[in-house]
Design a protein around this ligand. Structure first.
Ligand SMILES: Cc1cc2nc3c(=O)[nH]c(=O)nc-3n(C[C@H](O)[C@H](O)[C@H](O)COP(=O)(O)OP(=O)(O)OC[C@H]3O[C@@H](n4cnc5c(N)ncnc54)[C@H](O)[C@@H]3O)c2cc1C
Length: 397
């Protein structure tokens, strides 16, 4: 790691260790509640550190970081539970497709941490296959009328904005099903938007997951992100980027778990000796470290490949190779952290089953990494399909 990356890593590590980790247990026991004034104070600190919005250019209010730098940031924020790491806010890379007017209304405020942006794609009937949505947007002059319901919308706050993927039928070039999708910026204060439900989930994060209902919600054409009929393509680019960052956060979580479990194993005495001396415990720690390192190497390799691809004019073939690599790192790292968290609970014994224990929290929290932004099964489909088309060498090079 070069000096710049090490310095960035140190900045994040200090913030995570001193400001975020001490909050975990209180936030967990309060089912994810973090007082608004505390949230605001921490965001001010992140602003001062200049580590937010790495995927957006400076011209849009971001801090314009390489993929490798973003991986460094996400590895460190992955070490903290309850999504406290999300206080280092990072709007989606695809907001780069915004028009200058959208940049001023939505992207810059989001990049600067003044506006919460969430992404609403999933529906009751459309999850892994997001190409056949029942939420519709119908053109009415220079406006669009949106109707539908979106599930699991993460970080949907009442005064925020959602990027909503809708079926726009044969508008645009929608001759085939996959081209019938369009993304719209929708202020969540707009008439017709309802926060229908705040379901309870396995984890207790500082941000909510909401079921949103849109009933005759009107937005201007100026709120379309990208082109009409290009929603699926843009969403895929967003998933690809996010998959690499998820992998980095999984590596960070595993790193923390291995350190905490090792420390505990050295201190916990049973049968007259620290449990660290027992080979069953050693095996669990050794397997965890080995798998974590493998995931880490893969993740950094994918990020460097992405930096190469993005620094030259990107060919379609490069983009497809990156798509497969991002799927591989997301698949491997998310499955890896599940195994590591399970072993960490085992090493902590009964303590590892208590919510105030880091292993217990990660054991629950890591589970969704195999589900969101494309399930493990979907990653496998992407990888196998790319393998059949390109062969081994193109995908590991
Ligand atoms: C906590 C949380 C937060 C989320 N946040 C957001 C958000 O902010 N915005 C948003 O839009 N969505 C969000 N999601 C939704 C998430 O992206 C979806 O849950 C995910 O894509 C899977 O879709 P699904 O739940 O409908 O499962 P389904 O697609 O119904 O899949 C069910 C099972 O079938 C398998 N399966 C499906 N198709 C195939 C296939 N072809 N071959 C083999 N197996 C298959 C899946 O792998 C899975 O095991 C969130 C979900 C959760 C749990």
């Amino acid at each position: 790691m070069n000096a710049n990356l090490t310095s960035l890593q140190q900045t994040l590590r200090t913030f995570v260790t001193n400001d975020l980790i001490p909050l975990e247990v209180d936030v967990e026991l309060a089912d994810g509640y973090l007082a608004p004034e505390k949230r605001a104070a921490l965001k001010d600190k992140v602003r001062a550190l200049g580590v937010y919005s790495g995927s957006l250019p400076r011209s849009m209010g971001g801090t314009e970081r390489s993929w490798e730098e973003q991986v460094v940031i996400n590895e460190e924020i992955g070490k903290v539970t309850n999504a406290l790491g999300w206080l280092v806010w990072a709007p989606a890379i695809v907001l780069r497709h915004a028009t200058p007017d959208q940049v001023e209304r939505f992207v810059r405020p989001a990049a600067e941490g003044r506006l919460d942006i969430c992404y609403a794609v999933t529906e009751a009937g459309a999850g892994s296959d997001a190409s056949t949505l029942s939420s519709t947007a119908i053109r009415d002059g220079d406006q669009w009328v949106i109707n539908g319901e979106k599930w699991h919308v993460t970080s949907a706050f009442p005064d925020g904005v959602a990027v909503v993927q809708c079926n726009t039928g044969d508008e645009g070039n929608g001759a085939v099903e996959t081209d019938r999708n369009t993304l719209f910026f929708v202020p969540l204060t707009a008439p017709g938007v309802t926060f229908a439900e705040h379901p309870k989930y396995t984890h207790h994060l500082i941000d909510p997951h909401v079921r949103l209902v849109f009933e005759n919600v009107r937005v201007p054409s100026a709120n379309i992100l990208g082109a009409v009929g290009n929603g699926l393509g843009i969403s895929k680019e967003w998933f690809l980027h996010e998959r690499v960052l998820i992998a980095a956060r999984c590596v960070g979580a595993a790193w923390r778990l291995i350190e905490e479990a090792t420390q505990f194993a050295k201190e916990r005495v049973q049968f007259g000796a620290p449990i660290a001396e027992y080979q069953f415990i050693q095996g669990m720690l050794a397997d965890s470290l080995t798998e974590m390192w493998a995931a880490r190497e893969l993740t950094y390799a994918a990020a460097r490949f992405a930096d190469e691809v993005y620094s030259v004019s990107q060919t379609e073939e490069d983009a497809k190779r990156l798509h497969a690599k991002a799927a591989m790192v997301k698949l491997y790292a998310s499955e890896m952290v599940g195994r590591v968290a399970d072993r960490a609970v085992q090493i902590f014994g009964g303590r590892g089953y208590m919510r105030e224990n880091v292993a217990e929290r990660f054991y629950r929290e890591a589970r969704v990494e195999r589900i969101w932004e494309g399930t493990s099964e979907i990653q496998r489909l992407i990888i196998a399909s790319s393998l059949y088309k390109r062969g081994v060498e193109k995908l590991i090079d």
